[in-house]
Design a protein around this ligand. Sequence first.
Ligand SMILES: Nc1ncnc2c1ncn2[C@@H]1O[C@H](COP(=O)(O)OP(=O)(O)OP(=O)(O)O)[C@@H](O)[C@H]1O
Ligand SMILES: [Mg+2]
Length: 340
Amino acid sequence: MTQNVFGLDIGTSNIKMYCSNSNEILNEKNVIAIANKKNIFSYGDDAFEMVGKAPENISVSFPVKYGVIADNENMESLIEKFYYKITGYKKPINGEFYVTVPTEVTEVEKRAFYELVANAKIKAKKIYVIDKPIADGIGAGIDVTNAKGVMIINMGADTTEVSVLSLGGIVLSKGVKLAGNKFDESIINTVKKQYNLIIGNKTAENIKFELSSAVKIPEKKYNVFGRDVVTGLPIQVAISSDVVYDCLIDQINSLVDAVKVILERTPPELSADIIDTGIYITGGSSNINGICELIAKETGLNVNKVPVPQESVIRGIIEIVKNPKKYDGIAKIPREKIYY
Ligand SMILES: Nc1ncnc2c1ncn2[C@@H]1O[C@H](COP(=O)(O)OP(=O)(O)OP(=O)(O)O)[C@@H](O)[C@H]1O
Ligand SMILES: [Mg+2]
């Protein structure tokens, strides 16, 4: 492997960046805080801390929506910031970049990922693009170059993508606009209705980390601070896991239904393989307790969970970068090499 290779999985909620020189993965919130419409005030996890707390002159935003780049300028600034953070460089040095692109989007939207890396001031000498489900499968430990059909479900922040892979390619892929962020929204609405409590996105996400479950569990409580709807004053309330279960279960069931639809559309030969290998589940939202059990019960198939599901895509990129011969042709250069 040549030196100074970078991997990028640009997600709606989190950006994952790999740097070969430091052999590290950076996984931070894909958020930027801009002061007075021009200066970067903070970025990444630090900027996420400011969601719902920032004064009027600071705007906090997520430049990626539903897996596609919605705000090029801020995304470019973020890439540059994360580049300096992971490398510790004072100035950029020529490097090779491997960036994943979602499948269920237009060619223009795919191209935007390439352009982003090409335009950012990070001296991208060569840029390769990789289909996200392929990197995801490799990161989940699947030998995607093998003929066997496998199903992989990536439950992220804005989208859940269900894909069937075979012979190193994508046979089927279906994206559903339902994942972690919708769960957070539901928690915000339910907490307001049931507890008369106004909470922000960060608190909702914390409630989800602590209490969410796709299967019924013995009741647990989690204390949060919020604003009382009636008095307007800050108060602490103990949120019940039963309430969180009731609020999320319909959405979780719709996701399971989407998986079933893809299974029904899968060619029979591949279905036979999937019955054999089971389903692989990745993405941050697959950390929800009991999700594997529920999908296994509803589909009658084995569900394999991967150790760090939110990093499956970036780990797949690393594997490709480290074994170029094995994965020949999987990483593509979309247009002539660009040199600086
Ligand atoms: N332990 C957990 N329990 C529940 N949800 C979790 C947990 N850990 C992470 N998540 C959720 O996973 C999501 C982030 O996952 P991931 O990094 O895979 O998404 P992303 O790549 O940013 O989004 P997308 O793939 O939709 O563009 C967030 O919604 C986060 O709240
Ligand atoms: Mg993702």
